[in-house]
Design a protein around this ligand. Structure first.
Ligand code: FAD
Length: 417
């Protein structure tokens, strides 16, 4: 590790790697300090039994305006444009077509109330806009737990309304995590280098790590919000406004579980099921993604937290029980877990993706503000309207890189192709 660079980037996830790539074409020295022994952060593909499984991001959301769609083409990653399973009716026998239409209507009506509240400047819990006694409330909360990583009582109306998506969603058979890693492969990264503190009391920044300190003119900080809120990455002097903003943007939790099936013909390719459409504590089941002999299970919110506490075996037992209830008991013998995530317990993530607490929608703009024109925050939580996504994270990294170059008096340079 050098002792001195122009621009230090903290964290080698989508945001940090995009920042490093944008800086590589400029006449500056750059080093990315990453706490883990790998790059990619919450973008992670594991290969098990020759299948690329995304434990973190899997969908190129807003794929028609997504930096990683362009990168997939440039790096030779095939793109699958099959419309997502959630755009088709669920295959549940216990969730009739009229019931599914009624649920869709309840969600549309809630979203219309959220939009109206946000337009009126109200930043309240989404749950305040739910109709008491509405039979779809448990499934609305399940939806929120998958989408936001938290139930609607924890979600800010203004933040929810701020999210923008083009509705085009594509996938990568080789894995989104593999693409992010390939994109960042040429970035100058020092692995196993957790930064514990940034001392900004002097003319240069001093980044402290257990292996020694690095001096830098500017820093791009991409660590997840819990690390900023709790001071795991601290600042000297302290930055209480930054900590307060990060605390208003906690990470919700979503976890994935992959089950192998020995009887793939029993499951329709690219179909999906809700474990129990009348419950919040349920799983979402994507059957046979890419036609593979697999089921991808999604857990969110409080339920995901409870399952994480019990471990992968408990998650698998829960999922197999829900599938047996839906499809019959013999299915039990045909399913076995092959992989799963535990993003809440992951010390360098501590959750899945950010949402604003009710009353906290102001916080993303505060994180996006340069500090002393030499400390620039980036990462999914900093994105004004593509938060919780990998492409949103990358866009904030590119922005931070340009701000850092301007701060050093260098012309806007770089770009990532
Ligand atoms: C289950 C799940 C499903 C998802 N699905 C999708 C999806 O389909 N589509 C989509 O677009 N997004 C999805 N996401 C979200 C997406 O993965 C994230 O928004 C994105 O990867 C975040 O990138 P980032 O660079 O902001 O943060 P991270 O990827 O978390 O990168 C931050 C990096 O900082 C490192 N770090 C932390 N502390 C320190 C420290 N002190 N010093 C040095 N390094 C440190 C971390 O190890 C990490 O590598 C999903 C996420 C999860 C968990």
């Amino acid at each position: 590790m050098p002792s001195d660079v122009d621009i230090a980037v903290i964290g080698a996830g989508a945001a940090g790697l995009a920042a490093a790539r944008a800086l590589q074409a400029a006449p500056v020295s750059v080093l990315v300090l990453e706490a883990r022994g790998r790059i990619g952060g919450r973008a992670r593909t594991v290969t098990i039994e020759d299948q690329a499984l995304d434990l973190g991001c899997g969908w190129l959301h807003s794929a028609d305006a997504n930096l990683f769609s362009d990168q997939a083409q440039a790096l030779g990653f095939a793109i699958d444009k099959t419309p997502p399973h959630w755009t088709r009716p669920a295959a549940n026998a216990d969730f009739t077509a009229p019931a599914q239409a009624a649920f869709a209507q309840a969600l549309d009506a809630l979203e219309a109330r959220i939009e109206a509240a946000a337009a009126a400047g109200l930043d309240q819990p989404v749950s305040a806009l739910m109709t008491p006694g509405e039979p779809w409330n448990p499934l609305l909360d399940a939806f929120s737990s998958f989408y936001n990583g938290a139930e609607f009582d924890q979600i800010s109306t203004r933040d929810y309304a701020a999210y923008q998506d083009s509705g085009v969603n594509w996938r990568l058979p080789r894995g989104y995590g593999a693409l992010v890693a390939a994109f960042g492969a040429a970035a100058p990264v020092a692995l196993d280098r957790p930064v514990t503190r940034i001392d900004h009391s002097g003319p240069r920044l001093r980044l402290e790590t257990p292996q020694g300190a690095l001096s830098a003119a500017a820093a791009i900080v991409t660590v997840p919000t819990p690390h900023l809120a709790d001071g795991d990455l601290g600042f000297r002097p302290d930055l209480p406004d930054l900590r307060e903003a990060a605390a208003a943007l906690p990470l919700g939790l979503a976890d994935k579980l992959f089950l192998r099936t020995d009887a793939p013909q029993a499951f329709a390719v690219e179909s999906h099921l809700f474990g129990d459409p009348m419950r919040t504590a349920t799983g979402s089941y994507h059957l046979r993604p890419f036609g593979r002999p697999l089921i991808e299970v999604y857990f969110g919110g409080r339920h995901a937290r409870a399952l994480e506490q019990e471990g992968l075996g408990a998650s698998a037992a829960f999922a197999i029980e829900e599938l047996a209830n839906l499809l019959g008991s013999p299915i039990r013998a045909q399913l076995a877990p092959v992989a799963g995530s535990a993003w809440g317990a992951d010390p360098w993530a501590r959750g899945a993706y950010s949402h604003a607490r009710p009353g906290g929608a102001w916080a993303r703009a505060v994180l996006a503000r340069p500090i002393e024109n030499r400390i620039f925050l980036a990462g999914e939580a900093v994105s004004p309207n593509a938060f919780s996504t990998a492409h949103g994270a990358a866009a904030t990294g590119v922005r931070a890189a340009h701000l850092a170059l301007e701060a050093l008096g260098l012309a806007r340079g770089g770009g990532h192709g």
